[in-house]
Design a binder for this molecule. Sequence first.
Ligand code: CO8
Length: 259
Amino acid sequence: MKNLLLDVADGIAVVTINRPQALNALNSETLTELSDCFSEIEKRDDVKVLILTGSGEKSFVAGADITEMAPESAIQGRYRGLLAKAAFEKLENMRQVTIAAVNGFALGGGCEISMACDIRIASENAKFGQPEVGLGTIPGFGGTQRLPRLVGKGRAKELIFTGGMIDANEAYRIGLANKVVPPAELINESKAMAKKIMANSSYAVSLAKEAINTGLDVDLNTGLKLEADLFGFTFATADKKEGMGAFVEKRKEKKFTDF
Ligand code: CO8
């Protein structure tokens, strides 16, 4: 991969978008590589958590690549939007937990890819924003859909209509960032959260993720029915036997094996 770095250790894959000369802007080659990378990681049983970050200390992802988009036609723009849609949906719905470690600018497509992750941890220097209307376009990588679902319609409209940036603390206050940490601690804090999650049944976590993601797209009754079905299904797994068995036997050590 030309534009990505991948490091896998102890159940965690760190994917680093590596175009620091363009503040890690997403050109179409990078979008394709991300899509392939997510497909590969989804197949790996040895990866339980994916951490997505950007190269350097200044930027997570400064958006879609404006230089590449500037000369494009409507047909090419639509194709680009659909390419990103497929890649981000893969990221959003993969069985692994995904954490965006936001190490600076998360603008436009950068804010949007972070929102396709399950959790966002921001460094103190992170800046979030959807500046597209200032470029004569609109968020095209999910911003008009995922931002209101995360922070509510009013705040999403304010961010998208003004095109302004907010800092990490404001992102935390409105629920866009889960946590704010010093820049030097960002990857360690992200790994610490990953380890806390991995102490539980990874299979149960993936089913909870499926219930949340699917449930938010359907009516409450259908979501509750899906939850009941998946809850019942866990009773057939080794991890449920192990988890409940450990409680009943007053055993501290648990060994989860399903995934
Ligand atoms: N695309 C391409 N290159 C970029 C981008 C970008 N999004 N952002 C920064 N760069 C490049 C700059 O051009 C510059 O390159 P060079 O050194 O060759 O001139 C280099 O990165 C460094 O950037 P700056 O010199 O501008 O750094 P500053 O610290 O002065 O400014 C900013 C940092 C504020 C982040 C500034 O670079 C900026 O405003 N960048 C653009 C941010 C933006 O508008 N992002 C949204 C892009 S649009 C988008 O994401 C829409 C997604 C949906 C598309 C749907 C398609 C269908």
